[in-house]
Design a binder for this molecule. Structure first.
Ligand code: AKB
Length: 313
């Protein structure tokens, strides 16, 4: 991995991934792309290309000029947005993925794309969800993710494309807020704790989902991409997680820093339904064994950092 194109670079993961990769591989070797111009000061005025991932001609034009050896395909709609317009979700999530994989085949690129805990469904074992298990999701996002995981395996087996990927849990960060996900509450709650001292959660207080601090997610992505290929038995869609938490647990942790913090609940049936169809805690032992996955942040450490960073904004 030396010259990297990133799709969906203005999203929650893409923004921090771009900054970290530029630091590590040099600004001239990382080309972020997205459907609109960047507004973030850290990305403005630096190399950037407008790209709708459904436009294969434009994707090829960018690759022919930039000459990458890697593509990190982050562009996708998240779970709650997908439920509002499933047709559009298929178009962007699957159309974009096929284009990025085809580009990798044609230009011999190393390839990364995230899957998600959304690739699991109500019939999946909820506790210690294994790497290989029942995957019958009931959301369009989940259908996209399962199909995507299989497609990535197919491109490796059939065409020899070096595809790699992680099943991300909810990701928590202070740099860029997510949009349209089921796990977004776990970011909003920190921002509201600082802004207003109170938060109304759309997810019920005792609904557990896997989560991870963004620094761990970015480190895991780079570690997997740089891992020795001969150690990778699973290759795509590795389960990764750092904590299994619910809104009440996050609220209690925030109260250690802001004792007057108040939380109430106005449960959204759509996002609550999605959350209940996902695992409570997944098993990340394959990632640990095959490429030394080792998250550094637990709820306490992450809460301290989130509150401090948002306060300083
Ligand atoms: C979402 O909630 O849709 C995402 C995810 C877990 O994939 N954060």
């Amino acid at each position: 991995m030396e010259r990297i194109i990133i799709t969906g670079a203005l999203g929650q993961i893409g923004t921090e991934l771009t900054l970290k990769l530029r630091e590590r591989y040099g600004e001239e070797n990382v080309l972020p792309t997205d459907i609109k111009e960047p507004e973030d000061e850290q990305l403005k005025g630096k190399p950037f290309e407008i790209l709708d991932v459904r436009d294969m001609d434009r994707l090829k034009e960018i690759a022919a000029t930039f000459k990458p050896d890697t593509i990190m395909h982050m562009a996708a709609l998240l779970s709650a947005t997908c439920e509002k317009d499933p047709q559009l979700a298929w178009d962007i999530n699957m159309g974009g993925l096929v284009n990025a994989l085809e580009l990798s085949r044609e230009f011999s690129l190393q390839f990364f794309t995230p899957s998600s805990i959304g690739a699991f469904g109500p019939s999946t074992p909820k506790e210690n969800t294994p790497q290989v298990t029942v995957q019958r999701p009931t959301t369009m996002y989940g259908v996209n993710k399962v199909a995507g995981e299989l497609l990535c395996d197919y491109y490796f087996e059939k065409f020899g494309v070096d595809t790699r990927g992680l099943r991300f849990p909810g990701l928590i960060s202070h740099v860029k807020e997510p949009g349209g996900g089921t796990t977004d509450y776990a970011v909003e709650i920190y921002f509201e704790a600082i802004r207003t001292g109170r938060y109304t959660s759309y997810i019920d207080k005792d609904t557990n989902m896997d989560m991870m601090y963004m620094d761990d997610a970015i480190d895991a992505t780079i570690k997997l991409m740089e891992a020795d290929a001969s150690r990778l038995e699973d290759r795509n869609a590795f389960n990764v997680t750092a904590m299994s938490i619910n809104p009440e647990m996050v609220a209690n942790e925030i109260r250690k820093h802001i004792p007057a913090f108040e939380v109430d609940y106005d449960v959204d049936p759509v996002r609550q339904g999605i959350a209940e169809s996902w695992p409570n805690v997944i098993d990340a032992s394959h990632a640990v064994r095959q490429w030394d996955f080792e998250p550094k942040y637990n709820l306490a450490k992450m809460t301290e950092i989130m509150l401090e960073a948002i306060r300083n904004k």
